[in-house]
Structures are given as C-alpha cells and as structure tokens.
Design a protein around this ligand. Structure first.
Ligand SMILES: Nc1nc2c(ncn2[C@@H]2O[C@H](COP(=O)(O)OP(=O)(O)OP(=O)(O)O)[C@@H](O)[C@H]2O)c(=O)[nH]1
Ligand SMILES: [Mg+2]
Length: 340
C-alpha cells in the first residue's frame, strides 16, 4: 500500500491520511495498522494528564523542545504529540488553541502534532489513541506525548497506554488536589505542579507529598531523583535502582523554569523501566489489555447484531421489576435461540 510505504519513509501527508483512516476505523486504516505493526514498539510513550488548563500543552511544548534540542549534545529525537479531548465534540477550537501553545514546534519536520476527539469506534477512545500512537511509532517518532484533558476514567485508560505518566497539577484550583479527587494519583510516575509562578505552590506540593507518603507502606518517600540515564547531564542519584518513587516537580511552563529537571526525570524513568524489565512488562500488559478490550467490544457487537433489541429491553424491564435476577437475565439473553 502506497500510504504505508509513505509513512515508513517519513511522509507527513501519508501519516495524516492514515491517522484519519484509523480514527474513522476504515478498512484502509486497519490494513495500515496491520502492515505497520511490526515497526512499532520502539517509542517512549509519555502520558500527560491533569485538570483542564493546568498547562499540559505548554509543558509538552517545552519538553518536546528539549528532545529536539538536547542541551548535552545527545542526538535529537523525533517527537509525536497526540492531544486527546474526550469531552468536546470535534471542533476546531481545541486544536487551534494547541497550535498556538505549540507554536514553537511548528515547522519542525521532527515534530508531528495531532488532536483527536471522541468517536464511537471499536474499542473506544483508548484503543483509537493507541492505534494513532502506533502509527507515529512506526513512522519513526521516538518520543510520543499523549495529552488527555480532565481526570476521568478515559484518562486513566489512556494513561495506561503510556510507559511514563505525568500528572499535572496547578495551584489555586480549589482546596482539593484534582488528581486525588479523581483517583489518578496512583497512575502517576512523575508529578508536576505547574504554574509555580502562582501563589500557593508550596501548599499543593506539600499536599501531594503527604498523599504520596501515605501511599507507600514500605517507607519510601517521594521527591527523590533516581539514577540518571547515561546520555544526559542529569544528576546521578543514590536511590535504590530497583524502586521508583514518583518525584514532584515544580515548573512554570511559560517561563521555561523547571523544565530541564522534569526532562531529566523522564529520562530517568525510561532508564528505570529498561533496567527493571518493566518496559517490556508494561508493553506486554498493554497488548494483552488491547486484545481483551477488542475481543469484548467485538463479542458484544456480534451478540447485539444477532439479538432483537426488543428482547433485550423486555429482559431489562423484568430485571428492573425484580422479576429476574441479573444472573437469570443473563442466562435468558444468552439462550441460543436468539442467536440465529
Ligand atoms: N502563569 C502561568 N501560566 C501558565 C503556565 N503554563 C501554562 N500557562 C497558561 O495557562 C493556560 C493553559 O495552558 P495550557 O498549556 O493550554 O493548559 P492545558 O492543561 O493544556 O489546557 P487544556 O488542554 O485546555 O486542558 C494558557 O493560557 C497558558 O499560557 C505557567 O507555568 N504559569
Ligand atoms: Mg492542552
């Protein structure tokens, strides 16, 4: 297929076309994923999540800049950015906003930015996002940021696609820390309190710190730096190389402060994952989850296509009237007569 070859050769137009195909779940998109899948599995997938407006896009912009122009002279990496907006319909607004915030990166052929919104595709948004990340991976982008807005279940699912998850907070979003409220703190590999130029940063950091300490029963405390990867100027650390304790970073993305330390933590986390075989384990777990989710969605669709809706509705009503228990209802719906 011409587009597939184009993607492998780094043709951006071909990549855009195939991403659209994958988003719309077209046969062409599926074929492309098939053919490109052997070329995937190399990229460092970095999830960036947190409440709206905390500065995720601004941080990604700055971090991508460091991957493109490493301060220590190590080779520049190609960076893909997928901004996922599960809440809003596919309007131009969000994309335009991101384009403005990521203006520094436009025109760089080593950067590819794509926004996507909810579609009713098979396997849901998490699967779609994963498929788009796979295309970028196959196209040779070595670092892929996946930005999700908000802090709901779909963000958690999308974050589980990533090797490394950044959870971004900002001071002054109310008394509660958003991530704790939404239960996403446990998925964080790295915590960032952005907008450190605003008042109240210390409170937010302190609250995160105490939440993290509560979470570690083995006495680990957060905020430490671990061993750095060989290639960066990042400081060597003395922590146990087999353990990862999520560091808390303070950044001000618009003033470019704290970004290099955050970049170091990303490198350290990657090195930690590789050193402990966690990289491979996360990769395998992700593939298995993906297969299981596809299987579930496909089996459900197949069952729905063979079972009259009226039978489902009538069973549901009997369940609601307590005439059937959920298990009896299931048995009834699974009866082979419906499946013609
Ligand atoms: N004062 C201050 N403003 C910031 C900082 N980082 C980002 N902003 C501003 O905060 C606003 C939101 O930044 P974004 O980077 O779009 O935040 P986001 O989390 O990607 O937002 P959504 O994708 O809409 O959830 C923009 O106006 C930024 O200029 C910072 O460190 N300090
Ligand atoms: Mg954003």
């Amino acid at each position: 297929m011409q587009l597939v070859e184009g993607v492998l050769k780094g043709n951006r137009l071909a990549l855009s076309r195939l991403i659209t195909g994958v988003e719309n779940d077209t046969p062409e998109g599926r074929d492309a994923l098939d053919q490109l899948f052997p070329y995937t599995g190399k990229a460092h997938l970095i999830g960036v999540t947190g409440a709206p407006g905390t500065g995720k896009s601004s941080l990604v912009n700055q971090l991508a800049g460091l991957y493109r122009h490493p301060v220590d002279g190590s080779p520049a990496l190609r960076v893909g950015i997928v901004a996922v907006d599960p809440t809003s319909p596919f309007t131009g607004g969000a994309i335009l906003g991101d384009r403005v915030r990521m203006r520094d990166l436009t025109g760089d052929p080593g950067v590819f930015i794509r926004s996507m919104a909810t579609r009713g595709a098979l396997g849901g948004l998490a699967y779609q996002t994963s498929a788009v990340a796979q295309l970028l991976d196959a196209a040779g982008f070595e670092v892929i940021f996946i930005e999700t807005v908000g802090a709901g279940q779909s963000e958690v699912e999308i974050a589980r696609l990533a090797h490394t998850t950044l959870v971004v907070e900002a001071p002054g979003l109310g008394d509660d820390i958003q991530a704790i409220k939404a239960g996403i703190l446990e998925i964080a590999d790295i915590l960032v309190v952005n907008k450190a130029d605003h008042p109240g940063v210390e409170n937010t950091v302190r609250a995160l710190q105490s939440m993290l300490n509560l979470g570690f029963s083995d006495g680990r405390s957060s905020g430490k730096h671990l061993l750095s990867s060989q290639k960066t100027d990042c400081p060597e650390a003395d922590a146990d190389p087999e353990l990862w304790t999520p560091p808390i970073h303070q950044t001000a993305a618009i003033h470019k402060t704290g970004i290099e330390d955050l970049f170091c933590s990303l490198q350290e986390h990657k090195a930690y994952l590789e050193r402990t075989q966690e990289w491979e384990r996360r990769g395998k777990a992700r593939l298995r989850r993906e297969l299981d989710e596809l299987l579930q969605a496909t089996l459900l669709r197949r069952w729905q296509s063979r079972t009259p809706e009226a039978i489902y509705q009538a069973t549901l009503e009997r369940l609601e009237r307590r005439e059937l228990s959920p298990y009896r209802a299931l048995e009834y719906l699974m009866k082979s007569e419906w499946i013609s």
